[in-house]
Each structure stands twice: as C-alpha cells, then as structure tokens.
Design a binder for this molecule. Structure first.
Ligand SMILES: [Zn+2]
Length: 234
C-alpha cells in the first residue's frame, strides 16, 4: 500500500468498526436481558403450577378425610339409635344403613391411600424438579448481572472509542474523508476501504476492471471499486 492517506483511513475504519461493535452490543443487551427475564418468569410459573397441583391433591385428601369422619359419626349415631328402636325392621334398616356407610368408608379409604401415594410421588418429582429449575434460575440471574456489568463497561468505553475515532480522522485529507463517509453511508457494514487482491475487491468479492486494479496502486486520490463503489487500494 503506497498511499499514506489510505493507511490513515484504515485506522479510521478500524476505530469506526470498534465503535460500531460497542453500539451494536449496547442495543442487543436490553433484548438479551428481556429474553432471560421472560425465561425466569416461565420457570417460576412452572414451579408455581406444580406447587398448585400438589396443593390440590392435598386438599382432595383432606376433603376425603372430613367425609370419612362424617360418615363415621353417622354410623355412631345409627348404633345409638339401634339401642332405642323397638321394631325389628327398624333395627334392620339401621343395620343396612350402617353397612352401606361402612362400604362407602372402605372405598374412600382406598382412594385416600391411592391419593397419599400419588402425593408422595408428586412431591418427590416436584422437589427434584424444583431444585433443577431453581439452579437454572440462579444461573439466569447471574447472567443478567453479568449483562449489567458488560453494559456498564461498554457505556464507559464508548466515549473513549468516540474520542479515538475523532482523533484518527484529524490527520486525513478532506476529499478522502468525504469519500469515506459517503461509502460508509451507502454500505451497511465495513469494510469501507478494501484491498484489491488478484483483481478482486475485498469488500464485495467481485472482480474489478483492469483499470481499477491499476489505479488502486497509485496514491494522491481515492479510487473506487467499479462494482460496489467502496474505496479500494492495492
Ligand atoms: Zn467492491
């Protein structure tokens, strides 16, 4: 590379790129943070849902218990009544009711045992899953803290990067700088100044004309790729 202006522009480009990286990362951080926070909310909702399901089963069990006790109370009442009735058929009717209640209680107790086993199993699974989820949430929260630190560091370095960029521009001739800014506005991403190697532009990777290839070697004024209009040098 024989053009000192191009050398200077390459430094400008380098600092432009650094600044852009900082700015791009700064715009990404809030989105990253939001998506991690959303994940945490989902995880917490899942834990809450599992806790709720477990609680429901415990409520069911309690209700069964209350029902069994009520039926046992009825049996007790019927037995007392049996001591007082005089007629045989009344006595038999009470016996029948007692037997029916006993059958119902038996069924309910079976259900209760099933439910207790289910609760134990669900509890085990819940505790194991909760531990995993909580560890994950903790890791996600740490990630958010790190993002915050990264954001602070980037914000702190952005002024330095801007100053370094401004500093690098001061020594560049106006027409080079003007063309550089023009290319930068037209091109979505660097490079804005690209080398030509084997007649190929390092920016668009297309073949340039022989004329451009040859011109790119001479200093004194900026030269441009005839495909993408980037500043080129050789
Ligand atoms: Zn090109």
């Amino acid at each position: 590379m024989s053009d000192p202006q191009i050398e200077k522009l390459l430094i400008v480009q380098d600092r432009d790129t650094s600044l852009q990286k900082i700015e791009q990362e700064l715009t990404r951080i809030p989105n990253e943070r939001a998506s991690i926070e959303k994940l945490i909310q989902q995880e917490e909702a899942n834990v809450e849902e599992a806790r709720h399901a477990l609680k429901e089963k415990e409520v069911q069990r309690h209700e069964l218990d209350v029902d069994v006790k009520a039926k046992e109370g009825s049996i007790q009442r019927f037995r007392t009544q049996q001591l007082e009735v005089k007629k045989n058929e009344e006595y038999r009717a009470l016996t029948h009711q007692i037997e029916q209640l006993e059958t119902e209680i038996g069924e309910m107790e079976e259900k209760e045992i099933e439910l207790m086993l289910e609760i134990d199993e669900t509890k085990k699974i819940f505790e194991a899953e909760r531990a995993v989820i909580e560890a994950r949430i903790e890791a996600q929260r740490r990630e958010i803290v790190l993002l915050g630190e990264r954001e602070e560091n980037l914000k702190a370095s952005i002024d330095d990067a801007k100053a370094a960029l401004a500093d690098s521009r001061t020594g560049v001739e106006a027409n080079y700088l003007e063309q550089y800014d023009r290319v930068k506005n037209l091109t979505s991403r660097p490079p804005y100044v690209a080398p030509i190697e084997n007649h190929v532009c390092g920016g668009c990777h297309l073949r340039v004309s022989n004329e451009v290839s040859k011109e790119a070697m001479s200093a004194g004024e900026p030269h441009f790729c005839d495909q993408c209009a980037r500043i080129v040098y050789a």
